[in-house]
Every structure is written in C-alpha cells, then in structure tokens.
Design a protein around this ligand. Sequence first.
Ligand SMILES: [Zn+2]
Length: 297
Amino acid sequence: MKLFLGIDIGASGFKYGIGDSKHGLQHFATKRIGEKSMDAFRRIAQEILDEAEAWDILGIGIGSPGTISQPEGRILGKNPNLPFFSDLCPGDLIPGHLDLPVFVENDANLMALAESALRDCKLCVGITVGSGIGCGIVQNGDVFHGAHGFAAELGHSIVYPEGELCSCGQKGCVEAYSSVDGIRRRLHNMGSSYAGMALPNLIALRNRIPELDEVLLEGEDTLIRALANLCTVLDPDILILGGGAMDLNMYNATRIEEEVIKLLPEALAKQIRCCIAGYGNRAGVMGGIMLCERKLR
Ligand SMILES: [Zn+2]
C-alpha cells in the first residue's frame, strides 16, 4: 500500500503519522522536543524517517507554526513560539538524498484541511488553541492563503487597543489573551504563583482559584469576540476548535458556540455551527497526509 508521512511540528513536540485519506492513520506517535535548536529538530526528523522506513512512503507533508510562503514552503518573518525556527524551509529537515516530495503548510491550515474533509462544508474555519492561536480557512477543499500567504492570522487581530503586549510585538492581540502562553504571561504579570503550573493542573484548579478562572474566562471571551467578527466577515459553515488546550477542555466549545451566535447578525446566526476537531490532536498530521495526496494527485 502506498502511503504518506505527515509531520506536525509544534512548540512542545513533533506529532507524526503514516497513512492516507482512504484508510486513515496506520501509525501515529509523538516525539517531545527537549532542547529547542535546529540540531535537535534534525535529530527528531531523522528518527521519524528511520521509523517510516518500514512503510512504502510516496511523500511527506509538514505542518509548521508561522506564515509559510507558497510554493517555496519558507517560514516568513518571526516565529514567536519557536524563535530559531524562522526564515527557513522546514522541508530542509528532510535530507535531499531521500528524493521524496515534501510539502509544507501552516499547521492550523492543515488542521482545517483535514477537518473540512470530515464534513459537508463549503467554507470551514479551523482554530487551534495551544501555545499560540492558530487559524486556517478552507474553501471548497482548498486552503485560503490570501494575496501573500498571511491570511487567517486571527491570533494577531487586535481586540483591545493598548492591551497586553503580544509575542508578535503588537498590543492587544487575541493571542495575548486567549493562548496558553498569553494566559501564562498575564498570570506572571499579575504576580500569580500559578503562571508556571502544568496546564492540566491549572485548568483543574480554576474552580477554586478566582484569579485563574477570571483570566481563563477572559481568554475564552476574547476568542469568542474574535470568532464572531471572523464569522461576520467570512460567513463560514462551521468553526472547528482544536489544539492541545481544547483537548484539555481549557475552553467550553458549547459556550463558545452559544456566545458567538449571540454576537452575529440574525440571518447569519442561524447558519453557524461550532464543534471540536474530529481528528483531535491528530488533525495536523492527517492534514499533512491529505496535502501530500492532493499535491501528488
Ligand atoms: Zn500578536
């Protein structure tokens, strides 16, 4: 069976899998990032490739944080959550002598691509909540890149003028309030002792610690406002919520849907649905595989 390798590079680990869209994933695993450096990334990529030798691989699809130029597959500008992983081609992690086609796409775009294939939809928006806030738009099965590849940067839309400083250098971005790193930064700036706590513990404690609940609720409300504005502009069929923090139920998807709908014009409000990523934390990997399949079709 001819299969594809999907690799989803995140701030804390590489998720990867082998499969195709017809048979699904035949293999899925994660490698945690210890040291954050290019040498460490190359070592992890090589370990994944060694493992993949057991299958007949036709091509590789890589999801990476950051804005990716197309068709070059280069990360443009700063990559705030992985600063050393900027202005380079993630595809270069794959040695050229393997002679395999490699395609690179923004990680949230790949999540949206995989999730759109699970549903009957014309316009699908995927949002990933993790270290940052990712967003991908898929229209009629194709990723929407905008004129220069910068489309769908929902995390860096500004919701509070002169608000919290964001990792991108602007102030008041959605990411500064709604991402895990943003929430930690806010807690740190408040002098909270919970800023460095593991995320599952932090979420579990929110019912007992008002300062945690307040910051998390403000993160959810900020995301709701941004999503409602996005829906008003785009008129999507569906909003799909994924990413590591959604897997841990940091935000309540049912409440997000109810509150987004309240902020929409009436005719539009009847059309919008909101749901959790069907592929869960495997959506980026599955999107990498689907991207590869489409490019090689
Ligand atoms: Zn920003």
